[in-house]
Design a binder for this molecule. Structure first.
Ligand code: HEC
Length: 695
């Protein structure tokens, strides 16, 4: 445990004292408030609004009839250009959210005025071990405290009124590439948190901490450890039988980085687990289930013991994490009421399970064009794999999934589940047969720049499309699909006003009629939206808030419909009926194509090609596919001096404090020269394309 400096705490207190007049004193949230959060119209107290994770609000002042009058109440920037994914929580007119780098903001929900801000000061060099941007998905509120998980693996409790730290514990070995991007959840007076890092090589787990003291209550590992040290439980001994080779040396993966829900009536905690490390089955010794990766698990909240497991993708070979949001509902299936848990999985199938037992009730493909499986076994739900799916193949869905972390909503009124679906994502899956675990880099095990007939074929395949999908979980059929002009759609909110709200990559926040998908309203937030909107009520007035900020896995340049110029500063937007606040955010990004680079480098096609492969492996995750960047510097525009100094930046770590990690451990000067040649080549191509296009 680590207690933060006194000075820090005192400063935060002083700020809060000045603001309590407007901040007010909310009563601490207890178990009863969380249990009854569905009935509490005014507030949005937990991540999915209720323990069921419905993201459905009974408010209906903003309705299909009145929505034409919905307009901006206020907006404010969150001083970051990185991705924003958080669900804001609202209690008694105060909004709590996180932004990039795990920073927490408390603000007046009516005006956007800051009450307090808490920056956990995550060392920026951590960015090296974070696959998909320095994002955070939000806080939990409980017992007068605000809980946040940080990118460097800490779990911190803040005083809800002042923002000063109460306790701060490390949930992970800081020498290992663990990170927390998910929101903490509350169950039985405990704060539950998982972690990320399966792309690098870690052993996944989920832990529960006493909300009052920060003392760890239990930890459940998702994959078995080193057998010579003995297994922690029978669950681990069972799981070990489904692994080959020396998986524990790599870690195994199976990280629980997003979907976590609690059912107080069964006292079960449900969560999904990520991919195994490495991505490819052949690199893990061949066919084997690799429990409990790519699974939905239920553990007893009191003890952390495994109650049941259901593996969505046994022996995953395609990065099909099963960490997508989990939604609980009581449905009438086959003529009888069932307590179910549902998930729209990355792998393209929608699952309905009995949440008391884990029994598979039904599963159907919710997108077309799935190439890795023919379907699911109707009895067990186990996928029936295509025979060639584990050989080098074009696989659909791609690793970013037919549906990823973006929250889905369930309306008990329409009986439908609403979520963003991506159709026709494709990727080439080729394991690197020379792969060896290297703790200093990512360990996907993917062959760099595979060249072959499949690669050529992939290049000419049509780009993916995106839609808001309204799915009937009882009949396992689409009720409606609202197509949008981009592939990536954000998280979803459903309301009793017969509305469904959703933002998307092109910055449009839209409202649809929940029953038939007719678009009723839209607003241009001027930067891509991934996060889910929330709604709440203050003094009898209903508001809708959403974070707009492009980045994350969605922002890694993989939406071909997305140009490089639009992402800007992240912001929070709040809407109200009759809102007329003007909205003119400053222009961001590059208005013009890249200039012809002034730097001439000693380049030949072989060097450029080498640089392209290295760039794809080490840089594209942050600086964009094909060196076209969104939220981070587009290197095609870098100055001559910067590109000349690239060795110092990449190997010397001169910008590490700003989040540009040092690659000294894995790249050498010759390789950086190749990357430099590639960047200059890309800049030149961009500049020339612009010249060609001129009339
Ligand atoms: C984890 C994310 C991340 C990765 C991976 C990454 N960078 Fe960066 N890079 C950044 C950030 C953030 C900045 C901006 C730093 C600043 O504010 O100066 C940056 C800045 C730079 C700059 C300076 C750009 C300018 O015009 O100021 C160069 C050059 C650069 N990176 C090259 C690379 C290369 C080459 C690689 C791959 C070997 C790479 N980066 C990988 C995050 C990353």
């Amino acid at each position: 445990m680590r207690i933060h400096g006194r000075i820090n705490g005192l400063l935060a207190c002083a700020v809060a004292l000045l603001l309590t007049a407007s901040g007010g004193n909310s009563a601490p949230i207890g178990d009863a408030e969380l249990r009854d959060s569905g009935k509490d119209q005014s507030n949005w107290l937990m991540y999915g609004r209720t323990y069921e994770d419905h993201r459905f609000s009974p408010l209906k002042q903003i309705s299909e009839k009145s929505i034409g009058k919905l307009g901006l109440a206020w907006s404010r920037e969150l001083t970051t250009t990185r991705g924003l994914e958080a669900t804001p929580l609202v209690q008694d007119g105060i909004l709590y959210t996180t932004s990039a780098w795990s920073v927490v903001h408390a603000m007046d929900a009516k005006t956007g005025k800051t009450l307090w801000t808490y920056d956990p000061r995550v060392p920026r060099a951590r960015a090296y071990f974070i696959c998909c941007d320095v994002v955070n998905r939000g806080v939990a509120l409980y017992g007068g405290k605000v809980y946040v998980g940080t990118l460097d693996g800490r779990l911190i409790a803040l005083n809800q009124r002042t923002g000063s730290p109460v306790w701060d514990v490390s949930t992970a070995d800081s020498d290992k590439p663990y990170a927390i991007t998910g929101a903490p959840r509350i169950a039985r007076g405990m704060v539950v948190i998982g972690n990320a890092g399966a792309e690098y090589g870690v052993r996944g787990y989920i832990s529960a901490y006493d909300a009052e003291t920060g003392k760890m209550a239990w930890r459940f590992y998702t994959v078995p450890g080193d057998p010579s040290k003995g297994f922690e439980s029978k669950a681990m001994a069972d799981a070990a039988k489904t692994w080959k080779g020396e998986w524990w040396k790599v870690g195994g993966g199976g990280t629980a980085w997003e979907g976590i829900v609690y059912d107080p009536s069964l006292d079960l905690l449900y969560f999904g687990t990520g991919n195994p490390t490495a991505w490819y089955r052949d690199l893990r010794g061949g066919n084997s289930d690799n429990l409990y990766t790519a699974s939905i698990l239920a553990v007893r909240a009191r003890t952390g013991e495994l109650a049941w497991h259901f593996q969505t993708t046994p022996g995953d070979n395609w990065d099909f994490d099963s960490t997508q949001p989990l939604v609980q509902a009581d449905l009438f299936i086959g003529g009888r009421p069932r307590m179910v848990i549902m998930q729209a999985n990355k792998n393209g199938f929608f699952y309905v399970l009995d949440r008391a037992t884990g029994e598979f009730l039904s599963g159907k493909a919710f997108v077309s064009g799935i190439t890795w499986a023919k379907g699911l076994d109707p009895k067990t739900g186990r996928p029936i794999e295509e025979p060639d799916a584990s050989k080098p193949a074009i696989i659909s869905p791609a690793p970013d999934g037919a549906h990823n972390w973006n929250p889905m909503a369930f309306s008990p009124e329409s009986g439908l589940v609403y979520f963003p679906a991506k159709i026709g994502t494709q990727s080439l899956h080729v394991p690197d047969t020379n792969w060896k675990y290297n703790p200093d880099k990512s360990n996907l095990g993917r062959a760099p720049g595979y060249e072959g007939p499949l690669a050529a074929k992939l290049k000419i395949m049509p780009p993916p499309t995106g839609e808001l999908l309204a799915w009937n979980p009882v009949t396992q059929r689409a009720a409606w699909r609202a197509k949008y002009p981009v592939a990536v759609g954000g998280g979803v909110l459903a309301t009793a006003g017969n509305l469904v709200f959703q933002g998307r990559a092109d910055g449009i926040l839209a409202a649809y009629r929940a029953t038939d998908g007719k678009q009723m309203w839209s607003f241009d937030a001027k930067t891509g939206i991934m996060a889910p909107p929330v709604t709440y009520q203050i003094d009898g007035v209903q508001y809708v808030s959403v974070l707009a900020g492009w980045g994350g896995p969605d922002g890694l340049g993989n939406d071909p419909s997305w140009g490089p110029t639009k992402p800007g500063f992240g912001r929070i937007l709040t809407f109200v009926l009759g809102g007329k606040t003007p909205f003119n955010p400053p222009a961001f990004g590059h208005k013009f194509p890249p200039p012809m680079p002034a730097l001439t480098v000693d380049s030949n096609s072989q060097l450029v090609r080498q640089g392209e492969l290295l760039f794809g492996d080490h840089c594209a995750g942050c600086h964009g596919a094909n060196a076209i960047a969104g939220p981070l510097p587009d290197l095609r525009y870098s100055s001559k001096a910067t590109l000349e100094g690239i060795q110092g930046i990449v190997l010397g770590g001169t910008r590490a404090a700003m989040g540009m990690p040092s690659f000294a451990k894995i790249l050498n000067p010759g390789q950086v020269r190749a990357i430099q040649a590639y960047i200059v080549w890309r800049a030149r191509a961009g500049a020339m394309a612009a010249t060609v296009k001129k009339p």
